[in-house]
Structures are given as structure tokens and as C-alpha cells.
Design a protein around this ligand. Sequence first.
Ligand SMILES: [Cu+2]
Length: 261
Amino acid sequence: MSPSKFLGIPEVYSAHGGRVDHLIDVVHWFMIALGVGWFLFFAYCLIRFRASVHPKASYHGVRNHISSHLEIAVVIIEAVLLLGFAFPLWKERTDTWKEVQRLDPARVRVIGWQFGWTYHYPGKDGKFGRINPQLITSNSDPGIDFDDPNAQDDFITPTLKIPKGRPAILNITSNDVIHNYSIVPMRIQQDAIPGKEIPMWFTPNKTIETSVVCGQLCGEGHGNMVGQLEVMDDKAYRTWADGESDNALKSRAPKAATASR
Ligand SMILES: [Cu+2]
């Protein structure tokens, strides 16, 4: 039985999501066991130390060293948890990051702003154009420098589209305050911090059209920061992305020619 099934958490759509739900289950079972244990101890104390049996307090307190031994045991258990589980699991995640770079990931810059999200794709060349914050003209403007050759085929969309079955690397950033890009069906979220681009990655394993929310209270329009996400079949995604890239290149070609004269 898994508590995560009763908590109203939506279906998982990413490769790693099942492990997150498993952790949620483990933590809930552990907390239930702790809650029951502490409640029994509380009930025991109420009965064992009731006023009619112990009208006077003991001024000596505990005289043995049990509590010191218990504290040492807690330190050892926590060291085992940290060194034996947390560090190796973190290492596995960071090692996979190197592997992900080789798996032909879809890359998108995600820009949070008050109050919405903008998506910047690198286009067919796979390279994001240079970003210059001084070129930003509105709060949703990603500030792309179109004098950069790498920017010529870049395109911007109001909806995030990514392929199924390939990793998606989203570089999360913000134009103003701290936001948080939170995709609940993918079991992943990342703070959007102005001046920083922080990559987050996951592999969608089913197609879905869903919404993405802002997970960080960021101002009066925070509740309206709902983004749209579409996970498409890989072939449909490539057709769409190449088409958008070609259109962007065509629309900028005359400008690029004038600039080079
Ligand atoms: Cu926000």
C-alpha cells in the first residue's frame, strides 16, 4: 500500500518519477511509525507518572548513562544514512548528468518573469544565441542578441514542447524575482534565480498536455503563473522544432544580410 496513492498526487510521466513517489511512501510510513511510537510513549508517561503515584518530583533525575549511549547510536545511524545512502545516491544522479549530455537531449531556456514563462529554443544549430540583459525591452523578453550568428535560428514559444523518450534539459532562469519552475507530473522543480541559469533534467516517458506552476511565492500574480507543457512524440517534436527554427532563420535573413553589409 502506498500513501502517495491517497494523497491526490497526479500520475507520473517521467522516467525517474516512480522513485520520487517511492521516497514519498517511505517517508510517510516512517512518519506514521514515528507518530505511533511517540504517541505510545506519551500515553505510557501519562499513566506511569500520574500524580496519584508520584506526588513528588525526583530531584536526582536519570542516574545511568542510557541517554548518552542512545545519542551515540543516533550519531552512528545518521552517519551511515549520510555516507552509505545519501552520498552514493547523489553521486549516481550527478554521474548520470554526464551521460545525459550524450543522449541527444532537448534543450530549452526557461525564463520566469512577473507573471509568466517564456521558452527560448536554440534552433537547429543546437546553440543558444548570446544573452544580453541590456537588450531586454519587456518583462517577458529573453534578451537575445540577434547580432550573434548562433541566435539566427533561435526561436521563442509561449508553450513548452519537449519530446517523449529523450532527456529534456531545461535551463531555468528569471528576469526579475525568484520564481520556481514546478512540473508536478514529472516530479521535478527548480528555483528560477535572476542572473543564474540552473539546468534541470528529466526524461518524459509518456505524451501529455499539462500545466506547469510557479512554486515560489513571487508577487501578486503568482497564482496566474501557469505555463503550458506538451510532451510530443519524438518525430512530431523534431518536425515542429525544425519548422520553427527554419521560420525564425527566414524571418531574420534579410536583417542579417543588412547587418553584414
Ligand atoms: Cu513566480
